[in-house]
Design a protein around this ligand. Structure first.
Ligand code: XMP
Length: 508
């Protein structure tokens, strides 16, 4: 086990994910955990995350300096590096020149185990105002940039390592190798941990926690909530009841597919609530995306509450929240970009003992791997992520039954063509959007004035940034012609070529 101590940095869970990718089990703990509690976890290594403060500032997050005397390998990253320096007698102050973005790093100690197998010069990602102006006694500088004299430092005798740059982000070349070196060469981890172990550990701890109590899962029908439900089902079987609220905003055929798997394959207690009319009614005339999300969240709560009561009393509620949901809903202190209704909606309403979020620490691709481990069919696991508010945020402007049905058909065609071209796995998310724009076209001999469909396909590993996918023109051409010919009321198809940022993946 390796522990990431979170000092409020935006990348703490990205570090954890990278560690897991190296085959090492990893947990994130807040910096407020006591040293004793940390030691009882018997970590083989500890990583101090980045953070937004100055280590010398008043009320800056800190930790017991005794940590550095325990013989446990510690890697400090960015703020974590500065904190290590500060607490072990070095000097940290404002850098004459802040570094944000790419920087050229030069390794000055090629023998350092951290840099084993890595070229002397490479590009790293920097993001700091402060720097280590003078390393603590016992430390040697192991890398520099043109403006950062201690871009990396170490005290091998105490197994203390620090890097000012961010090895966990993609922009740092050899970043994964640096983390791997720390884990395998310094912490001496074997690297044989697998997703199967995560599933087993989570199932065991769920079983212990839930005991003989009753659990309710609010299933939205997407991959995340399905994986969460199956995981809890493996832990407590029939103590779990799944309530699938069909809001009528799902893709073509999707609700039935989920029902089939839950009922027939896993034999879950599965209750489907058909609430399509109620949702559409409440959404009538609403155009603002955030309002749509709020209304859908609210409708969920109401249906959930009234239908839930009929099912008796439950002690726990399961939700399929995954890590990016938490970040983007501002759960880590980051800015609220979109209010994802699956974070923080339901809990206040019904008196549950606790919310269970077994996927809270996982990124999307990890959720998929967990789903496969649990035996969920790969077709279902490999569906692309679908936002909780579903097609409501893909019909731009007012939602009507007619628009929903146009979008459902166009989206199904696009998905069929992507599948036929064998591109499914290489795309992270792909879908159609019904824009609220009509334009002039010509069909047969007549002028048309119809809707524009936008096709969107992105590649991303974490959904926090994304690039538009370079889909072959032939695939786009086929999808475009089929949509225009088969759907009706659509006379124009466009492909979205914007990355995130500046756009988001969804249009609303
Ligand atoms: P954006 O559009 O923010 O999307 O770049 C990032 C990922 O989140 C999904 N998404 C949502 N998921 N409720 C959800 O459960 C939402 O309101 C929501 N909005 C976006 C989106 O599909 C993508 O995978």
């Amino acid at each position: 086990l390796v522990v990431v101590l979170d000092f409020g940095g935006q990348y703490s869970n990205v570090i954890a994910r990278r560690v897991r990718e190296c085959g090492v089990y990893c947990e994130v703990k807040p910096y407020t955990i006591s040293l004793e509690a940390l030691l009882t976890m018997e970590p083989k290594g500890i990583i101090l995350s980045g953070g937004a403060n100055s280590v010398y500032g008043e009320s800056a997050p800190s930790f017991s300096p005794a940590l550095f005397e325990k013989g446990i390998p510690v890697l400090g990253i960015c703020y974590g590096a500065q904190l290590m320096a500060y607490l072990t007698g070095g000097r940290v102050n404002g850098a004459p020149k802040s570094e944000f973005g790419r920087a050229e790093l030069r390794i000055t100690a090629p023998d350092s185990p951290l840099f084993s197998g890595i070229p002397e010069l490479f590009t790293c990602w920097m993001s700091h105002n402060d720097y280590i102006s003078s390393p603590p006694p016992g430390f040697a500088v192991t890398a520099v940039t043109s403006t950062c004299p201690s871009a990396a430092m170490e005290d091998a005798s105490r197994k203390l390592y620090a890097v000012q740059f961010h090895p966990e982000v993609d922009h740092t070349e050899h970043g994964s190798q640096i983390l791997d070196n720390f884990l395998k060469r310094v912490c001496l981890c074997s690297g044989d941990w697998k997703m199967a172990d995560y599933v087993d550990q989570t199932v065991a701890s769920l079983r212990e926690k839930i005991g003989s109590k009753r659990v309710l899962c609010a299933l939205s029908g997407g991959v995340d909530s399905t994986v969460a439900a199956v995981m809890v089902h493996r832990a407590v079987g029939s103590q779990l009841t799944c309530m699938f609220i069909d809001h009528g905003l799902l893709r073509k055929g999707e609700g039935d597919a989920v029902e089939e798997v839950c009922k027939t394959q896993f034999h879950m207690n599965f209750v489907r609530i058909n609430a399509q009319e109620y949702f559409l009614d409440r959404l009538r005339g609403v155009t603002d995306p955030e309002k749509k999300r709020k209304i859908i969240g609210d409708c969920f709560i109401r249906v959930f509450e009234s239908e839930g009561k009929k099912l008796g009393r439950f002690d726990y509620l399961v939700q399929g929240t995954i890590y990016p949901d938490i970040i983007e809903s501002g759960g880590t202190g980051a800015a609220v970009i979109k209010s994802h209704h699956n974070v923080g909606g339901l809990p206040d309403v019904i008196d549950f003992e606790e919310i269970i979020e077994p996927l809270r620490r996982l990124f999307k691709d990890e959720v998929r791997r967990a789903g496969l481990e649990l035996g969920i069919p790969s077709d279902l696991v490999w569906r692309q992520p679908f936002p909780g508010p579903g097609l409501a945020v893909r019909v731009i402007g007012e939602i009507t039954e007619e628009k929903l049905s146009l979008l459902r058909e166009a989206d199904a065609i696009f998905r069929e063509e992507v599948k036929a071209a064998g591109l499914e796995r290489s795309l992270s998310q792909y879908f159609a959007v019904l824009t609220n724009m009509k334009s002039v076209g010509v069909m047969g001999d007549g002028r048309t004035y119809d809707y524009t469909i936008a096709l969107r396909a992105v590649t991303t590993s974490d959904f926090m940034t994304a690039d538009f996918a370079r889909i072959p023109y032939e695939v786009l051409a086929k999808a475009s012609s089929r949509i225009a010919n088969e759907v009706g009321n659509i006379n124009r198809v466009v492909y979205d070529i914007t990355p995130k940022p500046p756009a988001t993946i969804e249009w609303e």
